[in-house]
Design a protein around this ligand. Sequence first.
Ligand code: PMP
Length: 351
Amino acid sequence: MVNRDNFRKIDPYVPGDQPDFADMVKLNTNENPYPPAPAVIEAAERFSAGRLKLYPPTDGGALRRDLAAYHGVAPENVFVGVGSDDVLSVIFQSCFNSGRKLFFPEISYSFYEVWAELYKVPYFKVPLKADFTIDADDYIGKENGGIVIANPNAPTSMAMPAADIERIVAANPENIVVIDEAYVDFGGESVLELTRKYDNLIVVRTFSKSRSMAGLRIGYAIAQSELISAINDVKNSINSYTMNFPSIEVGKASIAEEEYFRTTIARILKTRERLVSELSKLGFVTFPSSANFIFTTHKTVPAKEIFEKLREKHIFVRFFNKPLIDNYLRITVGTDEEVDKLVAALKVIIK
Ligand code: PMP
């Protein structure tokens, strides 16, 4: 019989459910409720499957070049991966090898702790302030082996000013600072431009949220070429051909669709405002969101109860059964119609 001591034991990251009901309202994994841009759908339909006999370029090829042009940097400043989870995972393996503790906020994307455990990076979870905001001073003048911050943060939805992030980056010149901008297009201030000025900053982005392409799996990092090259070396030591041809072709088409991109974001921001105001009438208190989701709590009804009753109605939101946040719900901003269904259900549950 196999010796179970040979198995790696790890508490895995727990992704949000992907339920599949015809009548469901799915507001639990921060997907974009709108389809990808028409040109993206056309590119996917046009893709010539005969090309699949060849290996794709190892570096994302034309997608990398187009992302570089879009952001006004060189291709050598761009690393492309299979969703930002892949990009972050390779960064965790490449950049935090000092033996000192990696700092990230105590309440943040729970994958950070999982990767730190998996890759045996020592870490310190930096407490948030009582109002769940991040205090930049907690990351300044403290010995650390690197810093990872999601901005806007998840699941709190709140953004830090770019000036605070610059202070952190400038105060830690020897350590790599990773800013995960998965949600920045919904109202955060990006620090992408600062990658020109600082050789210790990596900005990570994704096509999953603002570009409505969670299913394709494209993420990327922008940084100075020396850092990108170090990340590439690790990635090429794990799996060289991560970016497949369909992702490269279809991802390229998305970059060209700026107007559609801006329009869907504007719609989501409008719906977000309406959702927050409807919830407030029902007795919810919601943090100021800069993301495509909100983080909210009810004055009297426990979050777990609301979560379970919504689930019975096939309305899915996210509940984290974890210290500090177990009386909050994270709700993705859906379409207006989805938000109406949610609010109607909440009216019945709350009364
Ligand atoms: N960062 C944050 C903060 C996220 O919430 C997510 C989505 N779960 C990701 C990164 C990863 O997104 P993806 O792999 O789809 O790019």
